[in-house]
Design a protein around this ligand. Sequence first.
Ligand code: PLP
Length: 351
Amino acid sequence: MKQHPETTAITAGRPDVAPDAALNPPVVLTATFHAGGEIGYGRYGNQTWSALEEAIGALEGGPTLIFSSGMAAISAVFSILPVGAPIVASNQGYSGVMTLLNSFHESGRLEVRFVDIVNTQSVIDAMKGAALVWLESPTNPGLDVADLVTLIAAAKKLGIGVGVDNTFATPLVQTPLAMGADIVMHSVTKFLSGHSDVLMGSLSTNDSALFNRLKDSRSFNGSIPGPFETWLALRGLRTFPLRFNKSQENAKALVEKLGGHPKISRVRYPGFGAIISFEVDGTGEQAQKVCESSTLIAHATSLGGVESLWERRRRWPMESLSVPEQLIRLSVGCEHIDDIWDDIDRALAAI
Ligand SMILES: Cc1ncc(COP(=O)(O)O)c(C=O)c1O
């Protein structure tokens, strides 16, 4: 019987069982290793990294590399593409990735064909001759969902590589490698580690040649995580399914309540996950005031932690102008649903 992810998150990446062996992997705080082994040096590998890589790999279904942040993981993918390579990517998504892609496009480092990922045919039309299709689904903060099965199949037919940013959906909702994607990426900072105390990223792939190129990119760009942060992320990962399921349950209940609130004009929710984007029926200033009026929900950026967070995304100058001024992105945590709702209701009463 195939093990359930709830079990895998708890069991994967443990040391071998032996009398007096530790149940948890140790934090291997060393830059230097004695000669003659497989690791060689602290920028090439670390036993604590291997434990987390084994656990994320077991959840996503492919050998995994961890990086110093989600952006470092994405950058490793782009770094192995030839100069000027055409790629297909969403015309909206996480602002850090959009900023990077725009700068690559402007400098000629890559030729980025920006597409509307909801329009499946337009994405397929843009694929011809591309080196890579990069899909963030759902998108941050628009929560648009790509038809991954159709898009991955179309790209494979054309022999084009596909990478999926699975940060919002997580392997509890979708496993893109099983759909045929070449790479699945995470901002481990978010749901996988889950406590807003670690920045980390990951890439998983079943293509061993690609794995080696990505590993070389990590080794020689030096985008490596610290062993202690890695250990914290693995500790957080043990409860990832519990946390995600609770946050998702809370989010589903909140979507109904938000939809019926007179001061909210639009609620975006893909039907799964723990992120909700909603628009206040008013101005950007009013939405900002709502965010600043909460007492339980932290007014902060990021997402995927046990604590609920929200922010008005357009407070960031780098956020896309296609994101409405009055849009608030809410990352639903694991608090009691009534307490979260009371806080939202009170904050909305401030405008
Ligand atoms: C969808 C998505 N991808 C990538 C990133 C970048 O991850 P990190 O902040 O860990 O570098 C983020 C960060 O918010 C994100 O939301």
